[in-house]
Design a protein around this ligand. Sequence first.
Ligand SMILES: [Ca+2]
Length: 555
Amino acid sequence: MKIFKWSLTLLTITSIYSCSTNIDQRTQLVNLCSFISTSSSTLPIPNSTITSSSIVPNGTVVSNYPLPEHCLVTGVAGAYTGADKVSYGTGFELRLPLNWNGRFMFQGGGGSEGSVPAAIGVAGSMTPALSQGWAVVTQDGGHANTVLTAAGKATLDFLSEPNATIEWGYGSIDKATQTAKSIIKTFYGRSPDRSYHVGCSTGGRQGMEFMQRFPSYFDGVVSGDPVYDLTAITQSEVNSLQAIASLVSKDANGNAQFNQSFTVADQGLFTQAILEACDANDGAVDGVIDNPSSCKFDPATYVFKSTQPLMCSGAKTAACLSSDQITAIKKINQGPTTSAGASVVVPSGTKIEGYPYDGGFMAATGIPTRNIGTATAAPGNLALGTNQIGYYISPQIPTLVPYKSWSFDIDPPRLQANHPVIAASTNIDSFVNKGGKVIWYHGASDPGPSAAYTVNYFKNINNKYSNAQNFSRLFLVPNMGHCSGGPSTDQFDMLTPMVNWVEKGIAPESVIASGSGFNSPPAARTRPLCAYPKSAKYTGPVAGDVGNAANFTCQ
Ligand SMILES: [Ca+2]
């Protein structure tokens, strides 16, 4: 009883103390937030400036999310003038919640970057980590598109400035992390308890850069649809565009009329065939091929149950695809080869991949978005994708249009072997030895960086490290395009499983995802994503609800 009373007294004292401390702490943090803007000289990277620091009130809406009270810090780390006379530096944004949970998140960038995203922690489909008490940083890849265009340059022209190229490869994420951790220590009086990276596409590559080049920075890395070897991945895109261009006529300027290659009806015919062939393999006919490894599908020989072959035996009709169309599809699937039929490996050592057949291969967010386009939208691989190649060859030809001229017989050796944007090394000893964890995810119908690259890297890590199960998981997302989209369960939170793995030792074997864009009922579904090589199998009642994750197990 005595102990009980004493405990109660202690509890009361502690409560009063912590209450008053919180008020004092809040006032202290509000004052510190103002002070941060005067502390540029304490930053770890030379030539760094904090541009502003101010309190953002509770409830302020950013990107449609109401946010908790936090200190917003903006600045530039490592400013310099490039050899091209352009002003460069790592623009960054750091948001520091007053009610901090002790965790730090690097929110990865996208595309060629060039602007600073709102650092609220929404990488992937997550709700803002900032709202859960995380400190979050974002950066711009070390170059500002507005500065480049004001100087009369294209937004990719930073790739002609050697230092700016290194900064986009890995320098900027290093500088932003060091700077953020320094400011966090100033603001909260201590370093983060745990640090995590989350990103997709370029952000996925950045996670791999951290593991390979800065292994001490993060405890956990979530890497989605990573473009980890652009010299190879852009070649996959060239191969796809060339396959489509071979089917169509050119306009007066010599540009291929990509959208003439496959009508929407033709795209649907292909999807109908692959689903008829493989959809049921996972136990549910639902428009999703959950176990693509079981899908033995050859569009050249596939015959519909109606006895109609997918490939026309004679002239093209609405019921079949021409042999040229089938040839193009197979070329995209198989990846480029030399004229002698050999696979192509770029100087970095990465083999150029094709795109796996999947339920979303010919969905709007699959190959059509990137290589066919529509009457009003050009193929995405014409822009951000293949036009980077001119910067990755030596000497550079920024105006190169690879789909018109690139030869897989002679041109791949022109690519640089050690370009700073390549993060293909499987030497992650330091990251592994300190207990780092990594979760990969990839849309199985991603028409930019093929899921095949991530599967290969995951397998290479498994082959190299006998304990890979202790630190590495891959989740493929059927039907999903590049980082999101498609008739898929593209909404999921990989950060929480990562935190549970790092902090509680619970390895993720499945992650429940949701989606609302399915083409057959139910349009909205939940479904487990399964740790590769397992996949979701329908194990519910006969004719049960395919929209309910509980009716599936990972097998
Ligand atoms: Ca299915």
